[in-house]
Design a protein around this ligand. Structure first.
Ligand code: E4P
Length: 218
């Protein structure tokens, strides 16, 4: 399973890269706004800055919701860097645009996915990545991980090539469960990735090893 970081924060992207486990980045309009990035020129240079840090794919989301607007925005975003993936919402014009982008060789990430039916449509349209939002599904007391497992089963049966990118990850357990449920990629905050490190027995064990070494070596 690949690890993407779900942020537009350059310091966190650099930290994840330095950690040695980073395969890509996802952003969305809320994450860009959180970093105070606004205005077409600033947004463009921020995407370029992210793409200079990361070798892997970087999802850049369109704001338009009509077919022509999505096409115009997506074609422009795709010119910013070779590793840009155009993120398109799961709406009728979005699916139509994903079909168009697929025919033009522009890679896409279909976002705001909450059902297996939506996942089938995105795969039929040729989306490169599919982003089911597991945290937001859990938030309404449905089962985000069951959704990942169902989509993974359907994609395997049908031989769809769209990769399942588990999104809206809230904690380290989501990462482990996504791996078990068949996600190809998980995109998460840096805190969830670092959460995978934590185990009290590791901390106790390391403290004892160091104490024993110090005792023996003065
Ligand atoms: C990433 O592709 C999604 O936009 C993101 O994971 C959504 O996360 P949230 O539900 O925590 O906002």
């Amino acid at each position: 399973m690949k690890f993407f970081i779900d942020t537009a924060n350059l310091d966190q992207i650099k930290e994840a890269k330095d950690f040695g486990i980073l395969d890509g980045v996802t952003t969305n309009p809320s994450l860009m706004a959180k970093e105070g990035i606004s205005g077409a020129k600033n947004i463009e240079s921020h995407y370029k800055a992210i793409c200079e840090i990361v070798d892997g794919d970087v999802s850049a989301e369109v704001i338009s919701t009509d077919y022509q607007g999505i096409i115009d925005e997506g074609e422009y975003l795709a010119t910013l860097a070779p590793n840009i993936v155009v993120k398109v919402p799961m709406i009728k014009d979005g699916i139509k645009a994903i079909s168009y982008f697929t025919s033009k060789g522009i890679r896409t990430n279909c976002t705001l996915v909450f059902s297996s039916g939506q996942a089938i449509l995105a795969a039929k349209a040729g989306a490169t990545y599919l982003s089911p939002f597991i945290g937001r599904v859990d938030d309404i007391t449905w089962d985000g991980m069951a959704l990942i497992a169902d989509i993974a089963e359907i994609y395997a049966i049908q031989g769809y090539e769209t990769e399942i990118l588990a999104a809206s990850v809230r904690n380290a357990k989501h990462i482990v469960d996504a791996a078990r449920s068949g996600a190809d990629i998980v995109t998460c905050p840096l805190s969830s990735i670092l959460g995978l490190l934590k185990h009290p027995l590791t901390e106790i064990g390391l403290a004892k090893f160091l104490a024993d070494h110090a005792k023996a070596n003065g």
